[in-house]
Design a protein around this ligand. Structure first.
Ligand code: LIP
Length: 274
């Protein structure tokens, strides 16, 4: 069994595409909400569970010694030192409402995925289900959108007041109140804000130049493990601010110097607290 990043990437992409086909097939008009999680608006659909089951079955067959951490079924440790980190549908509320912005995220990480800064992505795929596009990356080998390289080449990085910034909000109202306070102060200082509702596509969007920056508080490892490598292999800085790694506390992504400026501004505004 190879641990070569490109070999692992092939498995990640195949898994994400297969789960994506299942999610697409259970599309509009056939969506069943099965349960809620952290709040009444944090829903789990039948497709979330079926897609995660498919991912786990495929990975158990291909990589029996690896661990798996998934949004719906939690963490099953392995013996190989590698763990697959999967989000069967990132952007579940968009999927529920038929808004074409949701993705399957499949990453393989070394280290401890439950420890902030204790893991590193080796390979990952974010499969945009409605567009049928695949963002892929392998550590030290680069990042791609549908096989076309996402360039690391230095480019014009706007100042904060010219930056188009993507962001997102939590499922609990107290968290959204705190996030609204931050936005109240940040919005007059940037070009504009986009709230698309899928963190994996938001982060890959920075890598692809669709946004100049993205930040969010409250993300789980499965939301950003794959997109993190797509972004960093494309020359984007992904940080928690204040020299910290990205985590549930805060994730900020942009090319420098914008990443430094935005992270400092967000910490100043208390974006890493409720
Ligand atoms: C969602 C993220 C989104 C965030 C939502 C939620 P889910 O993930 O993609 O960026 O704003 O609160 O966390 O729940 O669809 O997997």
């Amino acid at each position: 069994m190879t641990d070569d990043p490109l070999g692992l990437l092939a498995i990640a992409e195949e898994a994400a595409r297969r789960a994506g086909e299942l999610v697409r097939a259970s599309g509009p008009g056939r969506i069943a909400v099965e349960a809620t999680k952290s709040s009444p608006t944090d829903v789990v659909t039948a497709a979330d569970r079926a897609a995660e089951e498919l991912l786990r079955a495929m990975l158990a067959q291909r990589r029996p010694e690896d661990g798996v951490l998934g949004e719906e079924e939690g963490w099953v440790a392995g013996t190989s030192g590698l763990t697959w980190v999967v989000d069967p549908i990132d952007g579940t509320v968009n999927y529920l409402y038929g808004i074409p912005a949701f993705a399957v995220s499949v990453a393989v990480v070394s280290g401890r995925p439950d420890v902030v800064g204790g893991w590193e992505t080796v390979a990952g795929c974010v499969y945009d289900v409605p567009l049928g596009q695949a963002f892929t990356a392998a550590r030290g080998r680069g990042a791609w959108l549908d096989g076309r390289p996402l360039s690391r080449a230095p480019r014009e990085v706007p100042a904060l007041d010219q930056a188009l910034v993507a962001t997102g909000f939590g499922y609990r109202s107290e968290r959204r109140r705190a996030q609204a306070r931050v936005l109240l102060h940040l919005l007059p200082r940037v070009r504009d804000v986009r709230r698309v509702g899928c963190s994996a596509l938001d982060l890959c969007g920075v890598a692809a130049g669709r946004y100049d920056a993205y930040f969010e508080r409250g993300l789980h490892t499965w939301d950003f493990a794959a997109a993190y490598l797509v972004a960093t292999e494309s020359g984007v800085t992904v940080t928690g601010g204040g020299g910290r790694p990205p985590s549930e506390e805060l994730l900020v992504a942009a090319r420098d110097p914008l990443a430094r400026t935005l992270a400092a501004e967000l910490l100043e505004l208390g974006a890493d607290a409720d």
